[in-house]
Write a protein that binds this ligand. Structure first.
Ligand code: FES
Length: 188
C-alpha cells in the first residue's frame, strides 16, 4: 500500500454540519480544524476547501491557522506513528541521531517529509514524554523504547515491523555500536 492510500475520504455533509454547529466567522477556524483533524488524523485538502467555501474564512487565514499550531498537520499519518522525544534530556542524549537513523531505515530522504513512501510509518518529533531518566526515548504505538543507543532504534523498529507485517523500505546500518535496551508500555 502506498502513501496515497492514506488519503482520507472526506464527507462534505459532515464538514457542512460542523460549520453549522460551530460557526462560520474567523473565531470558528480553530474548532473547525480540530474537528477535521480529530476525524481524519490530519487536514485533508478537500475538507479545507469546503471550510473556505462554507465560511467567511478565506484560504490564507485558514492555512495560516493550520500551519501556526503544531497540533495540526496537512499530510496523512502513516499506518503507525513513531514519536521521537525531543525534550531537553532526549535532545542532549541523541534524539537527532535516533531520528536520522529511523528516517534512514524508512527511506525518508526528503527533509519536508515525515512518512515512508509505502505509508507504513510516520516519524514525529514530540516534546518531553515524561521519562527523562531513560533518554533518549521513542514511542511506537503504545510501546515506549528507552535508552536508545547505536542501532537500537532501527533494531526495535525492524522487530515492530515484523510483528505487524510492515515492510521497511530504507536501509539499516546507520547506527553505531549495538547496545541492548528493552521496550516498555508507554504512559504518555
Ligand atoms: S526529555 Fe525525553 S522523556 Fe523527557
Amino acid at each position: 500500500m502506498s502513501k496515497q492510500s492514506l488519503e482520507a475520504k472526506v464527507e462534505p455533509e459532515l464538514i457542512r454540519q460542523w460549520i453549522q454547529e460551530i460557526g462560520s466567522d474567523s473565531s470558528a477556524a480553530v474548532p473547525l480544524l480540530q474537528s477535521i483533524q480529530k476525524k481524519y488524523g490530519y487536514l485533508p485538502r478537500k475538507a479545507m476547501d469546503l471550510v473556505v467555501a462554507g465560511t467567511e474564512i478565506n484560504a490564507s487565514q485558514l492555512y495560516g491557522v493550520a500551519t501556526f499550531y503544531a497540533q495540526f498537520r496537512l499530510t496523512p499519518v502513516g499506518r503507525h506513528l513513531i514519536k521521537v522525544c525531543h525534550g531537553t534530556a532526549c535532545h542532549v542524549s541523541g534524539a537527532d541521531r535516533v531520528n536520522t537513523s529511523l528516517r534512514h531505515i524508512l527511506g525518508i530522504t526528503d527533509e519536508a517529509e515525515d512518512t515512508a513512501d509505502n505509508g507504513s510509518y510516520t516519524v514525529e518529533n514530540v516534546a518531553c514524554i515524561g521519562c527523562c531518566s531513560l533518554a533518549p526515548v521513542m514511542v511506537v504505538g503504545t510501546e515506549a523504547f528507552p535508552n536508545l543507543k547505536g542501532a537500537d532504534a532501527q533494531r526495535f523498529l525492524s522487530k515492530h515491523a515484523a510483528s505487524v507485517g510492515e515492510h521497511l523500505p530504507g536501509k539499516s546500518g546507520d547506527g553505531d555500536a549495538v547496545e541492548s535496551g528493552s521496550a516498555m508500555e508507554a504512559h504518555a
